[in-house]
Design a binder for this molecule. Structure first.
Ligand SMILES: [Zn+2]
Length: 308
């Protein structure tokens, strides 16, 4: 009897846990062994969902009138994006697609969304994104139909506002930061990531402006940040402060090494010893040393030439 009782209790406990889990969580993972797809999506705030496709993230927002998609990432990612949007916002239209910035590894895929939700779904982007994509003339990337200037714009979708802000040229001069006042969340792509180092040698990155832009982000009113790269899930204001400190640390180390007469290779070795706190960060093994080289070259090029 005792065994049966325990078994029954276990069964009901499991059933209860399963019931709670399935009723409160709308999310999905598609990760089969041998499959090319590495995708998942999950809620990160009220009516805001994050979709991860390989090492990329995008978000979508569900309102009472329909959904708003952001960067579709690629045609393949957008197929998964369609499923996620339809599951979280069943039977409702897609009201808009918003490109965060002009880079094609985030902006590709809108054709797939439009195929499913209608060819007339508006595409919104910064006006310089339109100019760039016009020039690029890539048929896989449909052009924005509505543009936003440096002044920014507040879009209204039923019960939800989406504020698009231009806060600097730290990562192209086309970046729109989206702020969701109701969810107290911002969507920040590429100019900051969640506890991850920068990309390779940070080629062409204006590091002073990158840090200034991260500081401007902190002036906005928000609690949570959804990123385009880095650790999964949303970050918060502390995540942005850690990004600022990381890039500042790289520059401090580069300046000191150059003034001590160290070569680039010597600077890599010393900086890796001096900044052990980043060893657990995303892409550390892949790119941290390249980041040090990038910072070294940036200081040489942009700070030393000015004082000579
Ligand atoms: Zn980019």
């Amino acid at each position: 009897m005792k065994t049966i009782g325990n078994t029954l209790i276990r069964f009901f406990t499991l059933a209860l846990i399963w019931g709670v889990f399935t009723s409160t969580t709308i999310a999905a993972t598609a990760q089969q062994p041998g499959s090319e797809d590495d995708v998942e999506w999950y809620a990160i705030a009220d009516n805001v969902y994050q979709l991860r496709y390989e090492h990329y993230y995008t978000i979508f927002v569900v309102t009472d009138k329909g959904a708003i998609a952001f960067d579709p990432l690629s045609d393949d990612a957008a197929e998964h994006y369609v499923h996620a949007i339809k599951a979280a916002s069943p039977g409702k239209p897609l009201l808009a697609i918003i490109y965060s910035h002009r880079h094609t590894d985030h902006a590709t895929g809108a054709n797939v969304l439009r195929r499913e939700f209608g060819d007339d779904v508006p595409i919104i982007a910064h006006e310089r994104t339109l100019a760039y994509l016009k020039e690029l003339a890539d048929e896989d990337i449909p052009l924005p139909t509505h543009t936003v200037s440096d002044k920014g714009e507040v879009l209204h979708y039923g019960d939800t506002d989406i504020e698009l802000r231009y806060i600097g040229y730290g990562h192209t001069d086309t970046m729109l930061v989206a702020r969701l006042p109701k969810q107290r969340m911002v969507y920040a792509v590429d100019f900051a990531s969640r506890d991850s180092v920068g990309w390779r040698e940070m080629p062409g990155w204006p590091l002073d402006e990158l840090i200034a832009m991260q500081r401007r982000l902190l002036k906005l009113d928000f609690d949570k940040v959804a990123f385009g790269h880095g650790r999964a899930g949303p970050g918060d204001r502390e995540t942005i402060k850690r990004q600022i400190l990381y890039y500042e640390n790289l520059l401090v180390q580069a300046r000191a090494a150059i003034s001590d007469g160290l070569s680039e290779d010597e600077t890599v070795i010393r900086t890796a010893l001096n900044l052990p706190q980043y060893r657990g960060w995303g892409n550390y093994n892949k790119w941290f040393r390249l980041n040090v080289r990038g910072a070294y070259r940036w200081v040489q090029e942009h700070e030393l030439n000015q004082t000579r």
